[in-house]
Write a protein of this length. Sequence first.
Length: 283
Amino acid sequence: MAVVADGADERERGGSVVTGWDTHEPQSNGNLHCSVTLPLVTTLLHLSDLHLDDDLARGRLDRALRILPPSRRPDLIVITGDLADHGRREEYVDLVSAMRGDIPWIVCPGNHDDPALMAQVLGWDQSGAMSLDVDDVRVVALDVTVPGEDHGHLRPEVTDAAFRAAEDAENVVLALHHPPVPLGHEYADSIGLSNPTALGDLVIALPRTRLVVTGHVHTALATTFAGRPVVGAPSLAAALRPDPAARPLTDAGSAPGVALHELGPDGVRSSFHYAWDAATSAA
Ligand SMILES: [Fe+2]
């Protein structure tokens, strides 16, 4: 864990990340040394597309939750939709059972989910947006699903709810299922967010937006949108094959993958990690 500053050394002291050059008191050998203490980074473990429906899917979730060592314990877990494969109550109950640890977590619905059932089992706010704070970061989760459809759409009432939830936050992370940008994959792009400009308007209205996190396309994704980083987490369930003509479209034998986002005063660093041992043992 580290905050990266351009050209700077970095190390941790007593739980704080230390970074930056101090040129005022060079050491006896003349080398520059570290002396500026900055706040700890906030770490988000980002999961997506769990598609919980059986013991195999549950096992992949459990392995993903164990992917980080205790020394890299995240501050918050965000799950960007397709929690359930069929939107059934028992699938959400299974999620609650898996998330019994003491790390706070927040979800948004995906096209496989049932927001009404999520409200009953997970406490999802059917206004279409809800938030969770950790350190000085507020994660705001949005519902961009369209009942009965695979594509997404950001409705005005959800935009309004998200703005109200985020407007007084110091740092905002927006979490939604559908990426606002095309992937370059014919099928994935056919079921994308139909009105990305609405999300762009929301980002512009919330200038403290540091990061947008997404799922849906079942592959890691990193780009920019409205001047902000957009990062998609790989799927826990099955990875998208790069060839849109491939059948099946996804590979269920792939390793479950997660994204890790570290937000600090110098920006955001995202990395992707895969439970390769899980893939081999699950075959
Ligand atoms: Fe999915």
